[in-house]
Design a protein around this ligand. Structure first.
Ligand code: HEC
Ligand code: HEC
Length: 288
């Protein structure tokens, strides 16, 4: 097949480049490497392999084993970059992290960082799933018929029972969003994350019964050894001393209702996800 011959023809060229590069790596001061604007290891099969294993160890926890998005980080294979898509910009993002988000600064060496970038570039972009939907229609649904804004805020507009979704498009993959809306209780992270990794549950549902016999279910906002605060469906904040409670139960389900096909058609679901994908927070300063 054509692809095969092209690949093997390229390989010897790459091997030469790899040799030249190995020599360069030995002699170049590392400061020069970090200033490289283009990935010196681009397309190098060895670098891609190394990058893949570095990625599994350092990044898959959030971005998923295959970089297609996990429970805590965006899909990195779509060719859409919130923080800039040039080699130098991605290098900068990986090294310094994104302030105010879960994306950490990394202490990979420059070579390792380029290897990870070579790996990311080697992953074929997935079909543009988000493009399946119409973000404008999704926005209307969000603030209208689907009632998402009852519980979720976007750019200061909406409710506060659930998490603020103003950055969710940069933080979550379309796959995660699709599954999450249909069934909030499904373990969306399963199969996207390395096994044995568990995140502390945020927005946990709790039910308390006071000694006076009052029952309240809400989202856990704060808890220490002596007190607990939760917010109910009407956004009332309740605060209790634990000694005043007859019982305290951590519910195994989300307070978000499932939006099955009876509530949202597939078309509407895709519109919503297309809209959520556009939510990437305030534009950040581009990497120099
Ligand atoms: C603790 C979770 C976490 C870890 C670990 C993590 N990331 Fe991220 N990463 C994120 C989040 C969340 C974002 C989205 C930041 C935002 O909201 O803009 C992100 C964003 C990025 C971006 C920018 C994407 C864009 O659209 O511009 C790149 C590139 C990236 N991560 C690469 C990596 C690499 C490579 C590693 C491993 C060396 C890594 N990340 C480790 C959570 C993580
Ligand atoms: C009755 C309140 C309520 C409504 C209505 C609601 N949600 Fe939620 N949502 C929540 C709560 C609470 C959470 C956090 C707990 C969880 O993750 O299940 C949540 C979590 C989410 C998350 C996960 C956020 C993340 O960063 O992981 C997404 C995405 C989301 N909702 C989207 C939607 C969309 C889209 C709609 C409308 C179709 C909607 N929600 C309607 C309460 C609600």
């Amino acid at each position: 097949m054509r692809v095969g011959t092209r690949h093997s023809a390229r390989f010897s060229g790459t091997a030469c480049r790899a040799l030249a590069l190995a020599a360069a790596l030995v002699f170049l001061p590392s400061s020069l490497l970090s200033q490289a604007r283009k990935n010196p290891l681009a397309g190098d099969p060895g670098a891609i392999r190394e990058g893949a294993s570095l990625f599994r160890i350092n990044c898959s926890l959030c971005h998923g084993l295959d970089a297609r998005g996990g429970s805590r980080g965006p899909d990195l294979t779509r060719g859409v970059w919130t923080h800039g898509g040039t080699d130098a910009q991605i290098f900068h993002t990986i090294t310094t992290g994104v302030l105010g988000t879960l994306m950490p600064a990394n202490d990979l060496t420059d070579t390792e960082t380029w290897e990870v970038i070579a790996y990311l570039r080697s992953l074929a972009p997935k079909e543009a799933r988000a493009a399946l939907g119409d973000p404008k229609a999704g926005e209307k649904l969000f603030f209208g018929e689907a009632n998402c804004s009852l519980c979720h805020m976007v750019r200061g507009r909406g409710g506060r029972l659930g998490p603020d979704l103003s950055r969710v498009g940069g933080e979550r993959s379309p796959r995660y969003l699709l599954e999450k809306i249909r069934n909030p209780n499904v373990d969306v992270a399963a199969g996207m994350m390395p096994p044995d990794m568990e995140w502390p549950v945020e927005y946990r549902t709790v039910t308390v019964v006071t000694k006076g016999g009052q029952t309240i279910t809400g989202v856990l906002r704060n808890e220490d050894s002596f007190t607990i605060q939760l917010m109910d469906n009407a956004e009332n904040l309740h605060s209790f001393r634990k000694t005043d409670l007859a019982s305290l139960v951590y519910e195994p389900h989300s307070l978000m209702p499932p939006f099955g096909p009876d509530l949202l058609t597939d078309r509407q679901l895709h519109d919503l996800v297309a809209y959520l994908e556009t939510l990437r927070g305030e534009p950040r300063e581009a990497a120099k």
